[in-house]
Design a protein around this ligand. Structure first.
Ligand code: SAH
Ligand code: SF4
Ligand code: F3S
Length: 444
């Protein structure tokens, strides 16, 4: 009988990418993907624990699967990834959710095929290892899309920002060899991909674990020189390590997009220090200035945490002021969430939930107005769009992105998908743009 599976992903793009490997491994076992959860023989859940809200959502989701397991006792449920890798979380999950068959962490996810084969004959597996392993090469992969692809260039994080759980669940930084990345990149180009996203928690420290000198800028240059892919993106880059050399390299490399995502996290020096971010507000501002001097066409986005322990009204004002001064194209705003095991969890002066929410609201209002204003400046201009497919709302509306990562929706036909075309911007919204293709393009 045909075995069906689904991989359900929570969390960041790195998790999305790991899930492509999990899916690849399931297919190599002979399973095929289904969109209908009710007909699954195996459900793999790849988890996140960066904020409490993520964990609650996942626990709710796992709880709901009990019903499916009752209907089909042969259904295999596997839960792995960051949430499970936390200290003691595997045992807790095992007790709490006895309908879960396999529990695994981040460092042993490549063992999924063995786990599946074992529990096919019954039993339960709980395996979490503390040690980062060698990154196994040549794992099977089932990519989500045909136009954009992702490559993990490094795993783990050494930064230990005091609020963040990632270094504890993802281990120390390990970079993939440039040759390995280059080969994958070229292969993607040969398969017709137009865009590649290079992934790491802090791509700027790529290569620091090599015994030879080769950094992220060198990698970008190497990949750009292949001429295989029209657009290269990367995520995430830490402002502290964003070097002059990197700015120059991005400028020189035609395929590297002019989108700078530089998470600031707070506009207050006091809070940045408590966060262990390793830069000041002034450093950040001078970095932005440097980028803006060099790039007339670019976009700038950020991540921000509101309500970090000890954040006073003044600290928050510093953040607001910084937002008004910098004018980000967009910001991902988060309420500080206590992560047990991190230094910030034990810091004094935790901010009350209502205060945090009120501040977040205020910041979002300021940012939304700025985003809209920046987008309005684009009306009437032409943007180069990589068309990704039909929009969520209508079959006749196509959607794509600018090099600066802005979403543009426009009337068009499906055969444009995967093409890079000029689109005239006709309308600006806070989160996206609307446009139209010129007549000549429509005919071709
Ligand atoms: N490595 C990336 C980000 C990884 S997590 C970087 O350093 O930029 C993505 C975002 O989640 C972070 O930028 C931060 O804004 C947010 N985040 C991380 N831990 C958090 C916490 N405990 N509470 C709230 N937001 C958090
Ligand atoms: Fe977390 Fe900081 Fe590492 Fe990003 S750089 S993953 S925020 S510890
Ligand atoms: Fe979440 Fe793990 Fe990513 S904690 S944000 S899925 S690295």
């Amino acid at each position: 009988m045909d075995l069906k599976y689904q991989v359900v992903t929570f969390g960041c793009q790195m998790n999305e990418h790991d899930s492509e490997v999990l899916a690849g491994m399931m297919e190599s076992l002979g399973y095929t993907h289904t969109d209908d959860i009710n007909e699954c023989d195996a459900i793999i859940i790849n988890t996140c624990c960066v904020r409490e809200s993520a964990e609650n959502k996942i626990l709710g989701y796992i709880g709901n699967l009990k019903r499916l397991k009752r209907i089909n006792p042969r259904l295999i449920i596997a839960v792995g990834g960051c949430m499970v890798q936390q200290q003691g979380a595997g045992e807790k999950l095992k007790k709490r959710a006895s309908h879960v068959d396999i529990i695994f962490g981040t460092h042993n996810m490549y063992r999924l095929p063995q786990f599946i084969n074992e529990v096919r004959h019954g039993g339960q597996i709980l395996e979490i290892v503390d040690e980062e392993c060698e990154i196994p090469e040549a794992l099977p992969i089932k990519r989500q899309g045909k136009i954009k692809a992702q490559i993990s260039i490094m795993y783990g994080c050494n930064n230990f920002c005091t609020y963040c759980i990632v270094p504890y669940v993802r281990g120390r930084e390990r970079s993939l060899a440039p040759e390995t990345i280059k080969n994958e990149f070229i292969a993607l180009g040969n398969e017709g991909y137009q865009e590649v996203m290079l992934l790491g928690q802090n791509v700027n420290s790529y290569g620091q674990d090599f015994d030879y000198a080769f950094d992220f800028a060198d990698l970008l240059k190497t990949l750009d020189e292949t001429g295989k892919i029209s657009r290269i993106r990367y995520m995430t880059s830490h402002p502290r390590d964003f070097s002059k050399k990197l700015i120059d390299t991005i400028y020189e490399c035609e395929s590297v997009c002019e989108h700078f995502h530089l998470p600031i996290q707070s506009g207050s020096n006091r809070i940045l220090k408590f966060m262990n971010r390793g830069y000041t507000r002034e450093f950040y501002l001078s970095l932005i200035e440097e980028i803006r001097k060099k790039f007339s066409y670019h976009s700038l986005t950020t991540d921000i945490i509101v309500g970090f322990p000890g954040e006073t009204e003044q600290d928050f004002k510093d953040t607001l002021e910084l937002f008004k001064e910098v004018e980000f194209d967009a910001a991902y705003t988060f309420l500080y969430s206590t992560r047990s095991g991190t230094p910030a969890a034990k810091m004094p002066d935790q901010v009350a939930s209502e205060v945090k929410k009120e501040r977040l609201q205020q910041l979002m209002e300021v940012q939304n107005a700025i985003s809209l204003r920046i987008n309005q400046r684009l009306v009437g201009k032409f943007e180069e769009i990589l068309v990704e497919g039909t929009s969520k709302t209508s079959e006749r509306t196509m959607t794509g992105r600018t090099r600066t990562n802005k979403i543009v929706n426009f009337p068009g036909e499906m055969d444009l998908a995967g093409k890079i075309i000029p689109v005239k911007i006709t309308k600006a919204k806070t989160w996206h743009l609307e446009g139209e293709i010129i007549d000549q393009m429509k005919k071709n």
